[in-house]
Design a protein around this ligand. Structure first.
Ligand code: CO8
Length: 261
């Protein structure tokens, strides 16, 4: 069940079917300490299992989506400790959420913050957002997908520049590079993300989850295997009521009334 309150995030349901998780450690620019991570994963898993929830929006503050892993918490850790605890392994839980996720990024998305945003299915940026992988300045490298997801989003040369120089890019460049789907005025960012979440939540949830899984399969599979997987998923949807309803609604010129599970 959902904890009644979290110390490091704010949870709300701004629109039917949409959960909004707001990172809330303003004094540390939403640095991703272990406790924040635990709160975020707990809440995200709760909504992932909920029948009503069709989309999860993750956002931060105007100043920072998240300024990265918590450097103060991490700085004195020893190799044995980070290795034996497999530090940041639980971040995989964010990427494993089956419900569609949207990152709404205002301000800094640095290091683990940029990586968290990249774990989401869709990224929308406010016009003042800044993205970067500044780990190189701390004598380390990205540890939660920055070297792997960034190259798939923006290509090798741009990913290398970000990881090797620590240079940040702005929202407009992030859109040009393909890291974000859309740039909107900072003040309307969360509304736009919730609106998009709401639209996704209104679709067949079976089809939406299958679409997410199938698009993500493209990260892992070669083209022939990916196309075969896509076709089998497409076939499988003919076993659902939502396929019958969606196609009947089109033919009868009315809105589809999808089953909510
Ligand atoms: N960790 C801990 N505290 C932080 C962090 C952080 N990442 N970022 C900011 N803070 C704290 C500052 O220490 C400061 O605290 P205090 O007031 O107590 O001194 C407060 O937030 C405000 O920050 P600034 O005064 O620095 O604010 P500025 O507006 O001057 O600068 C910046 C904003 C540019 C964002 C700056 O804070 C900065 O460079 N932050 C660090 C960015 C960074 O290096 N991030 C990468 C961290 S390493 C990492 O993410 C490894 C990834 C591995 C996977 C992680 C999965 C979780």
């Amino acid at each position: 069940s959902l904890k009644s309150s979290y110390d490091n995030i704010i949870v709300s349901e701004p629109s039917p079917g949409v959960a909004l998780l707001t990172l809330n450690r303003p004094k540390a620019l939403n640095a991703l300490c272990d406790a924040l991570l635990d709160d975020l994963i707990h809440a995200a898993n709760h909504f992932d299992k909920s029948k009503e929830c069709g989309a999860i929006v993750i956002t931060g503050s105007d100043k920072a989506f998240a300024a990265g892993a918590d450097i103060k918490e991490m700085s004195s850790r020893k190799f044995d400790e980070v290795f034996m605890k497999n530090m940041f392994k639980q971040w995989g839980d964010v990427a494993a959420i089956e419900t569609p996720t949207i990152a709404a990024v205002n301000g800094f998305a640095l290091g683990g913050g940029c990586e968290l945003a990249m774990m989401c299915d869709i990224m929308i940026a406010g016009d003042k957002a800044k993205f970067g992988q500044p780990e190189i300045n701390l004598g380390v490298i990205p540890g939660c997908g920055g070297t792997q997801r960034l190259i798939r989003a923006v290509g090798k040369s741009k990913a290398m520049e970000m990881c090797l120089t620590g240079n940040m890019i702005g929202a407009e460049q992030a859109e040009r590079d393909g890291l974000v789907c859309r740039v909107v005025p900072a003040e309307s960012l969360v509304d736009e993300a919730v609106k998009m979440g709401s639209k996704i939540a209104s679709k067949s949830q079976v089809a939406a989850k299958m679409a997410k899984e199938t698009v993500n399969a493209a990260y892992e599979l070669n083209l022939a295997e990916g196309l075969r997987f896509e076709r089998r998923m497409f076939h499988a949807l003919f076993a659902t009521e939502d396929q019958k309803e969606g196609m009947a609604a089109f033919i009868e010129k009315r809105d589809a009334n999808f089953v909510h599970r």
